[in-house]
Each structure stands twice: as structure tokens, then as C-alpha cells.
Design a protein. Structure first.
Length: 275
């Protein structure tokens, strides 16, 4: 007779099962790959051509490509993680998740891991097109710094998405509308297509509460020639701040998810459609 699996094993199995669905679903619907790779390149190309027509410094082209690549992760966090519990509720699947032996956090972790596959494909295509088609230059003389900035950004960003998931669910359609409201302003405040320092230091420092703001600034310093001339903070300080944001948002996500699960099991209202 086998014993009951440990909570860690249950968490890992649930996360893998949820991630597997997203990865396999991508392979079975190949048309999605075209929409997730080719079309986003066009938006980045428009900014590249605009900068070239205006005679902007070539360093800005690298800023644009990295910003276009990180856009994919922001949209994935916003629409495939932060609003996911709300969509699960509307489709009637949230009750199954609540009554299952795994935690909601395990399901969100699986969604994040599964979404990273298609999102990284999209981001990689944008970077590859920038280098191979438009001749954008990058300087990867500090790979550890670039890797730390990238991983720190993803950790903080997905922790923020997990924290927002239960909050958006509690507020229902109002939370979904807030998610729509956040989409475009983050493009500006994070400096997706320009150095965030150009917003002015007070505004840029306030925008540093967003992981993408610090992450993009650190990535540009680590990978783009001229990135440090437009920097907001030293790169190591930004990587350390990203680690702190990941910890804070992770603890917030844990607290909100526990509160949500307790309320859902006690009252049963949060898992019912239209309530």
C-alpha cells in the first residue's frame, strides 16, 4: 500500500499537468504560432523604422527590440495569469480546482510555466528578426548580468500576476476592466520603446514599482551599447530590487490565494458563475 504523496509532490504534479495542456495545445493549433510570432514582429518593426527615419541613435534600436520582446511576457502575465481565475470561474472550471487536493497556487504555477513556452517563442522571434532582418546590435559581454536581469524580471512579473489573480477574481468584471486599463499605460511607464529615464526621474522612480521598468532598464544596460548612458539606476542595484519585488509579490500572492481559497470553501460564492 502506497502512502499519500507529499504536498510538494502534489504541487509539482498539478503544475506539470496544467502546463502540459498549454504546451500541447500550442502544438495542436499551429495557426496560433503564426499569430504569436509573425504579427508581433510588425509592431516592433514599425518603431524601428520610425526611429531610423527620424535619425535616432542606433542604440535606440536595441531598446525597441528588447521592449517588443518583453511585451510578450507582460501580455501573458496580464491575460493568461492575472485574469485566469476569473475566466475559470466564468467557464465553470473553478469549482473543480477548489475541490481538488492541489492548491490554486499550483494551478497558477502550471499556467505560468505553460505560457512561458509560447511567450518565449514570440519574444525570441522578435529578437531574431531584429538582429537578422534589421541588423540591430547587441553586446552580450556580461551574460551573467543579462541573465540575472531577465530571470529577476520574470520572477517579479509572474509573482505580480499571481497576486493579481485572486484580486481580479474577487472583483469580477470590474477586475477584468482594470486589467484592460493597465495594459496600455504600462507600455509608457515601463519604457517599452524608449529609455524610461526620458520620463523624468520622479516619474521613472515611481514607475520602478513595476518589475518591467527595472527589468528593461537592467537588460538594456547589460545587452545594448549605450544602455548605461540612459540608465535609471546601476544594473546590480536593479537586479537586487527585482529580487526584492519578486519576494514581496510572492508573499502577497501566497496571502491572497490562501484568503481566496478559504473564502471560496467557506462561502462557495466565489466559484459560482455570475456571483
Amino acid at each position: 500500500m502506497t502512502g499519500r504523496p507529499s504536498p510538494a509532490v502534489v504541487f509539482a504534479r498539478a503544475a506539470w499537468g496544467r502546463a502540459y495542456v498549454r504546451v500541447v495545445g500550442l502544438n495542436r493549433e499551429l495557426s496560433w504560432i503564426v499569430g504569436d510570432t509573425i504579427l508581433p514582429v510588425l509592431g516592433t518593426a514599425a518603431y524601428l523604422l520610425a526611429y531610423r527615419s527620424l535619425g535616432a541613435p542606433r542604440d535606440f534600436e536595441g531598446f525597441v527590440v528588447l521592449g517588443g520582446a518583453m511585451t510578450a511576457y507582460w501580455l501573458n502575465v496580464l491575460w493568461s495569469l492575472a485574469t485566469q481565475l476569473y475566466w475559470e470561474k466564468e467557464s465553470g472550471n473553478l469549482e473543480i480546482a477548489i475541490s481538488s487536493p492541489c492548491t490554486v497556487g499550483a494551478l497558477l504555477a502550471g499556467m505560468a510555466l505553460g505560457g512561458l513556452v509560447s511567450t518565449t517563442l514570440r519574444a525570441g522571434t522578435i529578437v531574431a528578426a531584429g538582429v537578422l532582418v534589421f541588423g540591430v546590435r547587441f553586446d552580450l559581454s556580461e551574460p551573467l548580468l543579462a541573465g540575472g536581469a531577465f530571470l529577476g524580471t520574470l520572477a517579479a512579473l509572474y509573482a505580480l500576476g499571481a497576486a493579481a489573480a485572486s484580486i481580479f477574481l474577487v472583483y469580477g468584471r470590474a477586475g477584468w476592466q482594470v486589467a484592460m486599463l493597465f495594459q496600455e499605460p504600462v507600455y509608457l511607464l515601463s519604457g517599452f520603446y524608449f529609455p524610461v529615464s526620458r520620463l523624468g526621474r520622479p516619474v521613472a522612480m515611481a514607475a520602478s514599482l513595476l518589475p518591467l521598468t527595472l527589468g528593461l532598464d537592467a537588460l538594456r544596460q547589460a545587452a545594448c551599447p549605450g544602455g548605461r548612458a540612459e540608465a535609471l539606476f546601476p544594473p546590480l542595484a536593479e537586479v537586487a530590487a527585482l529580487a526584492g519585488l519578486a519576494l514581496v509579490f510572492g508573499l502577497l500572492a501566497r496571502a491572497t490565494l490562501r484568503a481566496f481559497e478559504t473564502r471560496a470553501r467557506r462561502e462557495g460564492r466565489l466559484t459560482l458563475r455570475w456571483q
